[in-house]
Design a protein around this ligand. Structure first.
Ligand code: SF4
Length: 351
């Protein structure tokens, strides 16, 4: 059954026209789906009953079924969504200082294969559409108290499963839907990428007001390739693209640096990062590794703080971030991996 999430107001007006309905019906549909966050046509009480029945017989509002929800002690909630014919995706809701941050996935699995990431280890299974990405935000907001989603204080971060710039078209289209249909400001949206130079430059043209975060994780090509084995470009090329991005947008870029004990957490690593970034309009988020069942470990808290301090001494703005949501399997790909394992166990029992 065709799903309506992902269609713009204009497309919904066209759909209404194709059903011999006035354009107003399309606008009403858009408001219910994107502003009020309803997931069934029956809840759209200002549509005629007969139209609601026709829509219910021919269309669905959303595509996915929520098949798993986990909550941590620090109020991080993680949702596993099953998209028919595609598989499981994850999104995470994190309350933070009066706002709600929602982390979305852009792909099922991930082709990049980062050595420290559960999604990367489980292979690539397909791209999500713009509608699927927006649906994750709506799902995470389902329990929101606000009548109009645009009134909710929401940040959307593209840091879940997948590499957004390897699904570029749908990533950008989903951003447009968040902005125009849901009323979420461009500066409340952050896209995190391992850094594909061509796409970084294109993004500066397409969405200059959206925040950009680059996963750096290592200051040398050798170490970076070890951590990001596929699609990892030389650091020099990456930073050249980031400089072009900054020149075009005049926006500060964030660098993400996941700190792994004994691997990229040394004083010399911090100094090299300092040399690379000190003259750049940027900020480094130092994130202690959130264990995902690999052999990697986070350094001791003191060592993380020392790394961060060294960056500051090198003249780079840096903040040590807390790893949140440990009880919610919040590291990328963990909940999905569990849902798939449960599916496999059920199939084995059925066989
Ligand atoms: S960390 Fe991000 S880019 Fe790397 S494998 Fe995981 S999802 Fe993909």
């Amino acid at each position: 059954m065709e799903c309506l999430i992902g269609k713009s107001t204009e497309q919904l007006e066209q759909l209404a026209a194709s059903m011999q309905q006035p354009a107003l019906r399309g606008r009403q549909l858009a408001r219910w789906m994107y502003r009020r966050g309803v997931s069934s046509f029956d809840e759209m009480t200002d549509l005629p009953k007969s139209l609601r029945a026709t829509l219910t017989n021919s269309f669905a509002v959303r595509a996915a079924t929520v098949v798993g929800v986990t909550r941590s002690d620090d109020e991080v909630t993680k949702f596993a969504l099953r998209f028919p014919g595609l598989g499981y995706a994850e999104c995470v809701r994190m309350p933070s200082r009066g706002r709600t941050a929602i982390c979305v996935s852009t792909q099922i699995g991930c082709p990049v294969g980062c050595a420290f990431c559960a999604s990367g280890q489980s292979g690539f299974h397909g791209n999500l559409t713009a509608g699927h990405i927006v649906e994750q935000v709506l799902t995470a907001l389902d329990s929101s108290d606000d009548d109009d989603i645009a009134q909710a204080s929401v940040n959307v971060v593209y840091m879940g499963m997948g590499e957004p710039f390897l699904n570029y078209e749908h990533t950008v289209r989903s951003i447009r839907l968040l902005r125009t249909e849901m009323g979420i400001g461009a500066r409340s949206i952050t896209v995190s990428t391992i850094g594909l130079p061509k796409r970084i430059r294109q993004f500066a043209e397409d969405e200059p007001q959206v925040n950009l975060a680059i996963s750096l994780h290592a200051p040398t090509d050798k170490l970076r390739r070890q951590l990001i084995p596929r699609r990892c470009c030389p650091v020099r090329e990456l930073l050249a693209a980031v400089r072009d991005y900054i020149a075009l947008t005049n926006r500060r870029v964030s660098f993400e640096y996941v700190l792994i004990a004994g691997l990229n957490d040394g004083r010399s690593d911090a100094r090299r990062v300092g040399e690379l970034l000190r003259d750049m309009l940027c900020h480094v988020n130092v994130i202690p590794y959130n264990a995902t069942g690999t052999d990697f470990r986070a350094p001791m808290r003191q060592r993380c703080a020392a790394f961060c301090e060294l960056l500051r001494q090198e003249g780079v703005n840096a903040t040590l971030r807390a790893s949140r949501g440990r009880g919610a399997e919040a590291a990328c790909g963990q909940l999905r991996a569990r849902m798939e394992a449960e599916d496999r166990a059920e199939s084995a029992e059925d066989a």
